[in-house]
Write a protein that binds this ligand. Structure first.
Ligand SMILES: CC(C)(COP(=O)(O)OP(=O)(O)OC[C@H]1O[C@@H](n2cnc3c(N)ncnc32)[C@H](O)[C@@H]1OP(=O)(O)O)[C@@H](O)C(=O)NCCC(=O)NCCS
Length: 177
């Protein structure tokens, strides 16, 4: 897979992806109003992502298959803080029909290359519910360390869920290979 910045012209494809995966993503996402699954909302999200990129607040990428280029997921470095921290959080999904192919693992590798390369960050953090074993594998395979349990950390599907916090700093990152 490759990571690609998304433009307004990607909105229909992204909408199709999130609509097809509405039930698949429901247990792992905040509650989405019906209006989330509209072209207007996807356009607004993409516009916000581009404003965030320009302001160095966050970097959203589409995850695309190398051959054919189909959009299969999304990965975002968010909450970028500079100064003494040089830190971002990372969030991601890969559509159900493309799970188990190593796509999220590869996308995370590419996101870390961007984070520790052009973006000049020092630390990337992921927060994962302990029962999300597939996502835990994705970060483990990318050199993240378990840091601890954060109680009631994010509201997922309507419940304030405990999350395992994982992080990787550039010093311990296995590298672009
Ligand atoms: C989590 C998610 C991104 C994984 O995407 P993916 O492309 O299938 O991930 P990969 O193929 O790169 O790796 C998945 C790993 O989890 C493992 N896995 C998958 N389901 C599993 C299960 N039920 N039990 C144990 N391991 C499981 C796979 O075997 C693989 O590990 P391995 O390489 O050691 O065998 C995808 O399922 C998803 O989008 N889920 C919903 C949204 C989400 O949870 N996002 C992350 C929030 S923190």
């Amino acid at each position: 897979v490759v990571l690609a910045e998304m433009a307004g012209s990607d909105a229909p494809e992204l909408l199709d992806l999130i609509v097809r995966n509405r039930e698949f993503l429901r247990p792992w996402d905040p509650i989405r109003p019906a209006s989330w699954f509209t072209l207007a909302s996807v356009h607004a999200e993409l516009a916000r992502a581009n404003a965030d990129r320009r302001a160095d607040r966050g970097y959203v990428f589409g995850i695309r298959e190398r051959d054919g280029g189909a959009l299969v997921g999304r990965i975002a470095l968010s909450n970028v803080v500079r100064g003494a921290w040089q830190n971002a959080t990372v969030g991601y999904f890969v559509g159900r029909e493309h799970n188990g192919l190593g796509y999220a693992t590869a996308a995370m590798g590419a996101a870390l290359r961007f984070a520790f390369g052009p973006a000049g960050l020092h630390r990337v953090q992921a927060a994962i519910m302990p029962r999300n074993v597939a996502s835990i594998r994705v970060v483990e395979k990318n050199g993240f360390r378990f840091e601890g349990l954060a109680r009631r950390y994010l509201q997922i599907a309507g419940t304030w869920e405990d999350h395992n916090v994982y992080a990787v700093t550039v010093e311990e990152w296995p590298g672009p290979g």
